[in-house]
Design a protein around this ligand. Structure first.
Ligand code: SAM
Length: 270
C-alpha cells in the first residue's frame, strides 16, 4: 500500500508534534547516531536531523524512501526491518513509530529485536510505538474515522480478525464513491506482556510504558497507543538468570549477595 499513497501520506498520517516533544531525552547528545525503523517519507528523520543528530531511516517501501531521499535531510535506505543486519554502525537511539512494527510477524520480531540490540550502544534507547492492541483484543473493534483528503478523496480503514496471530488491515482510497485503490495487509498485534518479555529477552530493559506521548501511564482499556521505552543493558543475560537477578534485587534490597554485581552492571534509567 505505502508505495501507492506517497502523494497523500502527509494528509493521512500528519506529523505528530507530540513525538518530537517526547523523544529528546532518549536521543543522547547532539551528534548522536539515531535510527528510524519504518520511517515512511522521512519527515521525522528530517526534523531530528535538523536538530543536530546523525540519523538514518529505513523503510521497506521503495517509493517512501525515494521521496525521502529527494526531499528530506538524513540518510535513507530501502530496507525492511529484517535487513538491519546490513547496517554497519551502532546507534545511540532507535525508534519505530506509527504502528510500523505491527507489520512484522512475531517470530521475525524476536529475531529483529536480537539484531537491533546488536546495533544499539550500551545504554542506548529503543522507543516503540504501536496502537493499543490490548484494547483491540478486549473490545474486538477499532475506531477509524474516515479521513477526508483534498480533491474529493477519502481514506478508509478497518481491521478484520484473521487468526490467533494476525489481523487483516483493509484500506481504501476513494474519490467520491469510486474506489481508486484498495489494499489488505496482515498486521501482527503487539500486546504489552509478550512485547515486554521479548524486549527483555533481547537485553533491552523496559524503563517506561506509556499510553501517549504526554507520558500518561499505559492503560490497556483506555490508551490510544502503546509506547515502550527500553534501554540496552551492559550484560545480556539469559532470561531465567535475569529474572533471578531481578527477584534478588526486589526481595533483598540491602543484603542480596548478587546485588552489588547486578547494580554495577545496570545503567542509568531515563
Ligand atoms: C503508518 S506508516 C508509519 C511511518 C512513520 N513511522 C510515521 O510514523 O509516519 C508504516 C510504515 O511502515 C513501513 N513498513 C511496513 N512493513 C515494513 C517492514 N517489514 N520493514 C520496514 N518498513 C515497513 C511502511 O512502508 C510504512 O512506511
Amino acid at each position: 500500500m505505502y508505495d501507492q499513497i506517497v502523494d497523500v501520506y502527509d494528509q493521512i498520517f500528519p506529523l505528530n508534534q507530540g513525538f518530537l516533544d517526547f523523544i529528546p531525552p532518549y536521543l543522547g547528545d547532539r551528534g548522536s547516531k539515531i535510527l528510524d525503523l519504518g520511517c515512511g517519507p522521512g519527515e521525522y528523520v528530517d526534523r531530528i536531523s535538523r536538530r543536530g543528530y546523525t540519523i538514518t531511516g529505513i523503510d521497506s517501501s521503495q517509493e517512501m524512501i525515494r521521496r525521502a531521499n529527494e526531499e528530506k535531510q538524513g540518510t535513507f535506505y530501502p530496507y525492511s526491518f529484517m535487513d538491519i543486519y546490513k547496517l554497519s554502525e551502532t546507534f545511540n537511539c532507535a525508534y519505530s513509530i506509527g504502528n510500523s512494527l505491527s507489520y512484522l510477524a512475531n517470530d521475525p520480531f524476536r529475531a529483529f529485536l536480537a539484531e537491533l540490540a546488536q546495533h544499539l550502544e550500551t545504554g542506548g534507547y529503543f522507543v516503540l510505538q504501536v496502537v493499543n492492541w490490548d484494547k483491540y483484543r478486549v473490545t474486538g473493534s477499532a475506531n477509524f474515522p474516515i479521513k477526508t483528503l483534498t480533491e474529493g478523496r477519502t481514506f478508509h480503514r478497518r481491521y478484520e480478525p484473521k487468526d490467533d496471530e494476525a489481523v487483516i488491515f483493509h484500506t481504501a482510497l476513494k474519490t467520491g464513491e469510486t474506489v481508486e485503490a484498495a489494499w489488505s495487509d496482515a498486521l501482527y498485534p503487539k500486546y504489552l506482556e509478550p512485547t515486554v518479555t521479548e524486549l527483555e529477552s533481547a537485553g533491552l530493559e523496559v524503563t517506561g510504558q506509556y499510553g501517549n506521548y504526554k507520558k500518561a501511564p499505559y492503560s490497556t482499556e483506555e490508551s490510544p497507543a502503546m509506547i515502550l521505552v527500553a534501554q540496552k543493558q551492559k550484560i545480556v543475560a539469559k532470561q531465567p538468570l535475569r529474572r533471578f537477578l531481578s527477584w534478588i534485587a526486589r526481595n533483598f534490597p540491602d543484603n542480596g549477595p548478587l546485588l552489588p554485581y547486578f547494580a554495577s552492571e545496570r545503567t542509568e534509567k531515563g
